[in-house]
Design a protein around this ligand. Structure first.
Ligand SMILES: NC(=O)c1ccc[n+]([C@@H]2O[C@H](COP(=O)([O-])OP(=O)(O)OC[C@H]3O[C@@H](n4cnc5c(N)ncnc54)[C@H](OP(=O)(O)O)[C@@H]3O)[C@@H](O)[C@H]2O)c1
Length: 330
């Protein structure tokens, strides 16, 4: 399968800042039943990797302790029962962990073909945000064409994906971001209105539009009561993170009187079968949009694997627009 039984990886040496990410050697993984091993070309960097590195987001039981939730590359080994893939196939895949490495194992059902014309670098930036946006915005949030959809963190990896997918499926997209340049990027991606939250109140902006039918939020904290105010009657709020904290005082009378729904989910602990179902929905509904170029990942910057610490430092400045990617091989 490989030239050597060891591989270069990036380990979290101890909980802390970006500097705790250090190069190391590990054994090349062996595929279990239903798994494939990928020789990694590129690995996507996501905010949950930084939370794991800081010690506030432990990997689920059985997952690799190495960071990295998505990668692209070439299939080099097949576990028992795998029929979908062949050795040599180019794929991108959602990972239980371990993407910051030359090789990674993952359930075969969590891999997808590299969309036509996209290439391995862009494909590495797809799985974590596209799985998350699909399941939270379209499954859980039930976004329909014509609805008003507010996305917080519009230029995050998640935000740039949500804006494009929602616009492509006919929703009216609104986004918040922390600078005028970031707001312009949201407009360029398909938002009809971008709100710089540093000098404009998103609640007033959305009330002026009649309220949001759906809000995707990663901020939490005092955004929770403000999101409730920004929703239209029968509106839905989907919470995917709490960058400003999970605890807040909220008057639930508005939830009852205006028939609001507050929900949320985390992708990583969901079952292999649940993630496989999301993969199949993406392949049917979204991969054609990627192949035509109607939707494309926004790539902020690329770092070599050994400079993963610098990639995390950039992520945590929040200066980036879209995704940060690590070049591993190729
Ligand atoms: N639930 C799930 O399954 C799931 C899956 C993947 C990711 N997530 C979560 O989704 C969020 C986005 O992930 P990502 O990888 O796309 O992140 P990202 O690219 O690092 O972007 C996060 C953005 O959030 C904005 N932000 C607003 N308030 C913030 C605060 N208090 N602290 C830090 N940033 C703040 C920043 O933009 P501004 O400068 O515009 O404020 C920042 O650029 C993360 O919180 C992540 O943990 C959840």
């Amino acid at each position: 399968m490989t030239q050597s039984h060891t591989m270069r990886v990036i380990e979290i040496s101890k909980p802390g800042g970006p500097e705790v990410l250090v190069p190391a050697e590990r054994a090349v993984p062996v595929p279990g039943a239903g798994e494939i091993v990928i020789r990694v070309a590129y690995a996507g960097v996501n905010r949950p990797d930084a939370l794991q590195r800081a010690g506030s987001y432990a990997p689920p039981p059985g997952a690799s302790d190495l960071p990295g939730l998505e990668a692209s590359g070439v299939v080099v080994a097949l576990g028992a029962g795998v029929t979908r893939w062949r050795i040599g196939d180019e794929v991108c895949a959602l990972l239980p962990g371990g993407g910051y490495a030359e090789y990674v194992a993952t359930p075969a059902a969590h891999a997808l073909p590299v969309p036509a014309g996209l290439g391995l670098r862009a494909a590495a930036c797809l799985p974590e945000t596209f799985f998350t946006v699909w399941t939270n915005v379209f499954d859980r949030g039930r976004l329909q064409a014509g609805e008003r959809f507010l996305i917080h963190g519009g230029t995050s990896g998640i935000g740039t994906t949500a804006i494009q997918l929602a616009a492509a499926r006919g929703a009216r997209v609104f986004a918040t971001a922390g600078s005028d340049d970031k707001c312009q990027a949201c407009l360029d991606l398909g938002a009809e209105r971008a709100i710089n939250y540093r000098n404009e109140d998103f609640v007033a902006a959305m009330r002026a539009e009649g309220g949001a039918d759906l809000i995707l939020d990663m901020v939490g904290g005092d955004y929770l009561p403000r999101n409730v105010k920004a929703l239209a009657d029968d509106g839905r709020l989907v919470q995917i993170a709490f960058l400003s904290g999970p605890s807040v005082e909220l008057n639930f009378a508005q939830v009852m009187v205006r028939r609001l729904t507050i929900t949320g989910s985390t992708l990583r602990p969901r079952s292999v079968a649940a993630k496989a179902a999301i993969a199949r929905a993406l392949e049917a509904e979204v991969w054609p949009l990627l192949a035509t170029g109607r939707v494309a990942p926004v790539i902020d910057s690329e770092f070599p694997l050994d400079e993963a610490a610098a990639a995390h430092a950039r992520l945590e400045t929040s200066a980036h627009i879209g995704k940060i990617v690590l070049k591993v091989s190729g």
